[in-house]
Design a protein around this ligand. Structure first.
Ligand code: SME
Length: 176
């Protein structure tokens, strides 16, 4: 077939860096979520799920300049996993940064202004807000989903709630 390309999930195109108002961001996310769930249905391989989520959340969340995963490779260390965006730090000590705080506390970290977060790791100096979601199985954090934006307050509570539910469901049967 000529001229037919699969371009991920069906969403209106949006320029990278666009920060829509919250209701429009939620509408876009709600359009994307069932499609993302359908794509990942039944997939149990951690890298397949992480890579595909990095790709599709990057497409969905146009406000991001980094979208991907850090994987827990030891008690104290996260290593970078599948992602989209400019190069990220390769390793993060659990004692450091927003990702470390998320992995240590097992709590979502929504940081509207990273300059106010003690110990924030500036892999990319343009990043101004972040959302980090833990991926927990059997009481242990196996990875974190890290979303960064060059805009302040780019991730609302409502987006966080939806992404927590997504991550919970799509990683439930993944083998780490
Ligand atoms: N922002 C993260 C570091 C990872 S990178 O920016 C991709 C943090 O403070 O944990």
């Amino acid at each position: 077939m000529v001229g037919v390309m699969f371009e991920g999930i069906a969403l209106p195109p949006l320029a990278r860096g666009t920060l829509l108002p919250v209701p429009e961001r939620l509408a876009r996310l709600d359009e994307a979520l069932p499609q993302i769930r359908a794509v990942l249905d039944g997939e149990q391989d951690a890298i397949a799920v992480q890579s595909t989520l990095a790709c599709l959340l990057w497409q969905t969340l146009a406000q991001t300049n980094w979208c991907g995963f850090y994987r827990r490779i030891s008690e104290r260390t996260l290593a970078v996993g599948p992602y989209q965006g400019a190069m990220g730090c390769l390793r993060i000590d659990l004692a450091r940064g927003v990702c470390g705080a998320c992995a240590t506390t097992q709590q979502v970290q929504r940081v509207p202004d990273v300059s106010l977060f003690p110990g924030h790791i500036a892999c990319d100096s343009r990043t101004r807000s972040e959302l980090v979601v833990p991926i927990v199985q059997g009481g242990r954090v196996h990875a974190v989903l890290d979303l960064d934006s060059p805009e302040l307050d780019a991730f609302s509570r409502e987006e966080a709630t939806r992404l927590v539910a997504l991550v919970f469901d799509v990683f439930a049967n993944v083998t780490f």
